[in-house]
Design a binder for this molecule. Structure first.
Ligand code: PLP
Length: 406
């Protein structure tokens, strides 16, 4: 890196309550606003736009730190990195539709896009001098936090439902976090984290309960726009749990419009959930601003098994402002969508990613999406972390092999 790249420019002006608009100073340890709402990082976008242009950006390495001017870390030395490279935007020509792309986030450190958010949250924790972090998780967020915290030399406590995929629980523990399986949902784990603050004085890194995971997830929107040469797709289908990614992408597009890099047109943001846990879909269909708690949540797509999201109103706002919608698909459709994409395209999705394809097929039928739309499906984690159907073909090497029957 040259000396110009070494000097960190930072454009953060303040934090803003997403509910009331009340301003809070940056550079201090803070979780939610006084009104119990997520805080959004605000930047001096005017100064930012004068300090970089698209060409300068394109000459930098293909990783999330290319967008450092749009990010909250002040000092380069505080960046905690495991190599957050660009993820491929894969054209899927064998699927129905002429312009379907899969953004394969499974290539990120710890195998999921949670790395984007937790990389930023842990870097900011380091910058702010925090030395103990705790998180409730359905698996991937905990894995990412454990890895980045270890990298930063920060203590990590992770709580997940006891039916979280075994591989997630093991990777979290192996990466050095104090790891606990809880007989409840992620919301129950969240309560344990909240109440543990009194005894253990850790910092709560729950989805949207600190300001910086959104900023990390925002890089999905910046990167996508950049990869498409600053032309956005017609539709983005996003498997929605806590909604950080959807909210982050909407924020990214608004910031890009403010600096004149894109126009007014937005992709229609589609929140995809499972019929076994669809609080956002229900609230969207009923025209509500907040979602109700979803009882007895159950789905194979564990990453989107989130019965209540603190940023529900931000998700719903993002969908409505972009003329998008929310839709749910059942587990059967998710499983067959996963098989279909592996079979047609050679891409192994996670169940949550497969849910977006199942939803795409469903909405082609309802007409809310058309074959001519350009559509980006988000695959959020590597398919390798999830159970796969058993393989039953065995060959006896000591017997003659009938090759024509293989
Ligand atoms: C966390 C997660 C999601 C949901 O992401 P949010 O931005 O929290 O809504 C979807 N899929 C996978 C695999 C995840 O780990």
């Amino acid at each position: 890196m040259n000396s110009d790249e070494n000097k960190r420019s930072n454009f953060v002006t303040h934090l803003e309550c997403s509910k009331t608009g009340k301003e809070y100073p940056s550079g201090k340890v803070i979780g939610l606003s006084e009104d119990n709402a997520p805080l959004l990082v605000r930047y001096d976008l005017n100064a930012l736009s004068q300090s970089i242009d698209k060409k300068t950006l394109d000459n930098r390495p293909e990783n999330i730190w290319r967008y450092k001017e749009f990010l909250p870390v002040r000092e380069e030395i505080n960046i905690v990195s495991l190599g957050e490279s660009f993820t491929p935007l894969l054209h899927a020509p064998n699927l129905s539709g002429n312009h379907v792309y899969i953004k394969d986030e499974g290539r990120l450190p710890t195998g999921s896009f949670k790395a984007r958010g937790l990389c930023m949250a842990v870097s900011m924790a380091k910058e702010l001098g925090i030395n103990k972090l705790a998180i409730p998780t359905n698996g991937n967020a905990g894995a990412a936090m454990a890895a980045y915290a270890k990298r930063a030399g920060i203590e990590a406590y992770v709580f997940c439902p006891d039916d979280t995929p075994e591989i997630n629980i093991r990777e979290i523990a192996l990466q050095g976090a104090s790891t606990w399986a809880v007989n409840g949902f992620i919301t129950d784990c969240g309560k344990i984290v909240r109440e543990g603050i009194n005894s253990l004085n850790w910092f709560d890194v729950s989805t949207l309960k600190e300001p910086y995971r959104i900023e990390g997830k925002k890089t999905m929107g910046l990167e996508l726009a950049n990869q498409l040469n600053w032309k956005l797709p017609d539709v983005i289908m996003y498997p929605t749990g806590g909604g950080t990614g959807l909210i982050g992408m909407v924020k990214a597009f608004n910031e890009l419009e403010s600096i004149g890099w894109i126009g007014k047109k937005r992709p229609r943001m589609v929140a995809v959930q499972s019929t076994g846990c669809a609080p956002i879909v229900k609230a969207f269909d009923e025209g509500l601003e907040h979602a109700e708690y979803w009882e007895n949540a159950e789905t194979v797509a564990s990453g989107i098994r989130v019965p209540a999201a603190i940023g529900d109103f931000l998700i719903l706002r993002g969908i409505r402002e972009t003329d998008g919608f929310a839709t749910a698909v059942d587990d059967e459709a998710i499983v067959s969508a996963r098989e279909e994409i592996a079979d047609l395209e050679g891409i192994l999705l996670c169940p949550e990613g497969a849910a977006t394809y199942a939803a795409y097929l469903k909405e082609l039928k309802t007409g809310r999406i058309s074959l001519d739309d350009s559509v980006v499906l988000f695959n959020c984690a590597t398919g390798l972390k999830y159970p796969m159907p058993e393989v039953v073909n065995h060959l006896d090497k000591d017997q003659p092999i009938n090759y024509s029957s293989l």
